[in-house]
Design a protein around this ligand. Structure first.
Ligand SMILES: *[C@@H]1O[C@H](CO)[C@@H](O)[C@H](O)[C@H]1NC(C)=O
Ligand SMILES: *[C@@H]1O[C@H](CO)[C@@H](O)[C@H](O)[C@H]1NC(C)=O
Ligand SMILES: *[C@@H]1O[C@H](CO)[C@@H](O)[C@H](O)[C@H]1NC(C)=O
Ligand SMILES: *[C@@H]1O[C@H](CO)[C@@H](O)[C@H](O)[C@H]1NC(C)=O
Length: 415
């Protein structure tokens, strides 16, 4: 089939082809790209392996998928990790790794499961009476085979083909590996592409994977902002996913992405020459002129979080009564994210009173990542090793002793 689309003033002819899989993945059930890894590993290692393909552990949303995945793994005799993580024993709190919601609509837990006392991770049993059924498991002390899933795409000759788009990397183009914003945009346009816009954590993982093995730590993306911060994508797509670094105190109207660490986006001067990524729909040919940007404003969110049930994905936590005063309090903050991702916790303000304060940050497995009692400079930030983190904040004297102290505030996000 052939369509003509008008993209601003960009005239594009567009072939709609059958879905294909790249990177050695197999098309299963006409809609899923899967790869089976027989060597048993811990859950986090499996997640990291899948993310390096821009994917996640396989998600199973109906009985047809469940059968197809079991058939795909075949009678290898291996139980395998699947992409669902449970926060409690209610399946509606078991979340699919690909950000598509909870397992309340469909799941295939064995009788008596999920049971998070055994752990939040889930595997599909290989053989015997439980074959194809889902079992809760400890995440980091158990090793399992696993199945990764990446989105289907359309056939194209480009080197980096993912989820219907081609990604062009400036450092693979010897003529101009680094350019300032306008020249980079122009270079993308010459390839019928735009500077990359990013719409999911999965897309971030994919782009990061393209830089694995390079010595490049940051790359320019197609976001611009006016001041105060109101970012938008130069390719006119919606600002439907935000990964601006909470530590981005910098100025500048352009953005670079920290590809070698947490994938967050930092403001940077548009005149700085940088590596960059272009992105275009795949299967197109074009004759071009650039399209003007459209400004889209994101909506900010937040509460305090003390003792709340698990906090998800991204947001703010603060000491109670912040920033009015730092009061007598004991609070536990449980932060969690979807299975394949980790958490970055970034303190943005610390105004606490040393002798009667203790703020502790714990990793997913309970290891202390850090503790502070009073202001620390530079402001600390922590990364979890898996998909949860806990903050315990204690102040043991009464309010009168805390005159002039605001308490503390931190932002978290998953990456
Ligand atoms: C490489 O960069 C040049 C100069 O900016 C540009 O004209 C060309 O289209 C680029 N090629 C690729 C494959 O990105
Ligand atoms: C990466 O390595 C290349 C070749 O060794 C070098 O030219 C380039 O300057 C390096 N880039 C960075 C960001 O260190
Ligand atoms: C938070 O919960 C703990 C017990 O789990 C309790 O001692 C503390 O008072 C609670 N904090 C607040 C501010 O409600
Ligand atoms: C927790 O995880 C970290 C990072 O993987 C590791 O270094 C540490 O030994 C683990 N601690 C325990 C108690 O398992």
């Amino acid at each position: 089939m052939k369509f003509l689309l008008i993209f601003g003033s960009l005239l594009v002819s567009f072939c709609v082809a059958d879905p294909v899989c790249t990177n050695g993945f197999s098309l299963v059930n006409g809609a899923k790209c899967l790869k089976f890894f027989a060597t048993p590993v811990k859950h986090r290692v499996a997640e990291t392996s899948c993310a390096s393909y821009g994917g996640a552990l396989v998600t199973i949303r109906n009985a047809i998928d469940n059968r197809a995945v079991s058939t795909f793994v075949g009678n290898s005799g291996f139980s395998f990790w699947i992409g669902v993580f449970c926060v409690s024993n209610d399946p509606s709190t078991c979340y699919f790794d690909d950000d598509t919601g909870s397992a309340s609509a469909y799941n295939n837990f064995a009788r008596g499961f999920p049971n998070v006392d055994l752990g939040g991770c889930v595997y599909s049993a290989a053989t015997g009476s439980l074959a194809g059924q889902w079992i809760s498991s400890e995440c980091e002390n158990v090793e399992m085979a696993y199945v990764c899933e990446i989105p289907t795409t359309r056939a194209d000759t480009c080197a980096h083909n993912f989820n219907g788009y081609c990604y062009l990397l400036s450092h693979e183009n010897a003529t101009s590996p680094t350019l300032p914003f306008s020249a980079a945009l122009d270079s993308c346009h010459q390839n019928c592409a735009d500077l990359v816009s990013i719409h999911s954590k999965r897309e971030i993982s994919y782009i990061q994977s393209l830089y694995t093995g390079s010595n490049i730590s940051t790359t320019m993306i197609g976001a611009l902002t006016t001041s105060p911060l109101t970012p938008y994508w130069i390719d006119q797509s919606r600002w439907d996913y935000n990964h601006v670094s909470p530590r981005s105190g910098s100025s500048g109207s352009c953005f670079q992405m920290a590809v070698s660490t947490d994938g967050t986006w930092y403001q940077v001067d548009c005149k700085t020459s940088q590596y960059f990524v272009c992105k275009r729909p795949n299967g197109i040919t074009c004759n071009n002129t650039p399209a003007p940007p459209v400004i889209v404003t994101p909506a900010p969110t937040n509460p305090s979080g003390c003792n709340s049930t698990t906090l998800f994905d991204s947001g703010y936590i603060t000491s109670p009564n912040y920033p009015t005063s730092f009061v007598y309090s004991y609070c536990v903050y449980k932060i969690s994210t979807l299975g394949p991702y980790r958490i970055g916790l970034y303190f943005s303000d610390i105004s606490t009173y040393n002798p009667y304060t203790s703020v502790q940050v714990f990793d997913s497995n309970g290891t202390a990542l850090g503790t502070f009692r009073s202001a620390v400079s530079p402001l600390p930030y922590y990364y979890s090793s898996s998909n949860s983190m806990t903050v315990v904040s204690l102040s043991t004297a009464n309010q009168a002793q805390f005159g002039g102290y605001r308490g503390w505030a931190a932002k978290f996000l998953s990456f």
